[in-house]
Design a protein around this ligand. Structure first.
Ligand code: DX5
Ligand code: ZN
Length: 214
């Protein structure tokens, strides 16, 4: 599987977001990871649909919207309207029947659907929904903030998931050149990375290093 890199704009400089997005696009990003936080499901507040709509105007990169919010079903339409290409729900925030219904609606519109699970959430929780989703996003930090340290238990989780799931496996949180090879070897093929890419002084090299760790 081709390794895809998804820079997380949470670590970008928001005072010049357009330039930051162009910078990672030119550097070879495959998509843009957008962290949506509501201050309830996670202890931080970030980006809403209005910002996604404006980001849509300045890039052709697929927009990968990671919903770290309660009641995601109430907000999903506004992110679709804003131009999301991929939407990730957290299994901690949605029931399997609701996800199934939303997923068929979104897929009919050509949007890719992902399910994410926090580090303490066992893989068993997502097993019944794997058939409804295009990808699984394995969290390798407790969500809420960029720049946290990678939690190594994500690696066996990815391995177990790869044995039962043929779709894309994304990993998110604390990804850098030290652990990228390990998560790829375990079976991940999409790497979301914020601080490692945006805080480096050479984005192109940072993206290349993440992609080539194997
Ligand atoms: C964490 C977010 C991540 C975060 C990644 O809650 O979902 O996408 O921005 O940032 P780094 O790579 O700095 O951990
Ligand atoms: Zn994220």
């Amino acid at each position: 599987m081709k390794i895809q890199i998804a820079p997380s704009i949470l670590s970008a400089d928001f005072s010049c977001l357009r330039d930051e997005i162009r910078k990672v696009a030119i550097a070879g990003a495959d998509m843009l990871h957008i962290d949506v936080m509501d201050g309830h499901f996670v202890p931080n507040i970030t980006i809403g649909p209005a910002v996604v709509k404006d980001i849509r105007k300045v890039t052709k990169l697929p927009l990968d919207v990671h919903l770290m919010i309660e009641n995601p079903q109430d907000y999903v339409d506004s992110f679709v309207k804003a131009g999301a290409d991929m939407i990730t729900f957290h299994i901690e925030t949605i029931s399997a029947p609701k996800l199934r219904a939303l997923s068929s609606k979104l897929k009919a519109k050509g949007i890719k659907v992902g399910i994410s699970l926090n580090p303490p959430t066992p893989l068993a929780k997502v097993k019944s929904v794997l058939k409804f989703v295009d990808f699984v996003l394995v969290m390798s930090v407790n969500p809420g903030f960029g720049g946290q340290e990678f939690i190594p238990s994500a690696i066996p989780k990815i391995k177990k998931l790869r044995a039962i799931f043929k779709g894309d496996i994304a990993v998110d949180g604390g990804i850098n050149e030290v652990n990228a090879g390990k998560v790829i070897q375990a079976g991940a093929n999409i790497l979301a990375a914020g601080s490692y890419i945006f805080k480096s002084n050479n984005c192109k090299e940072a993206i290349r290093r993440l992609r080539c760790q194997i």
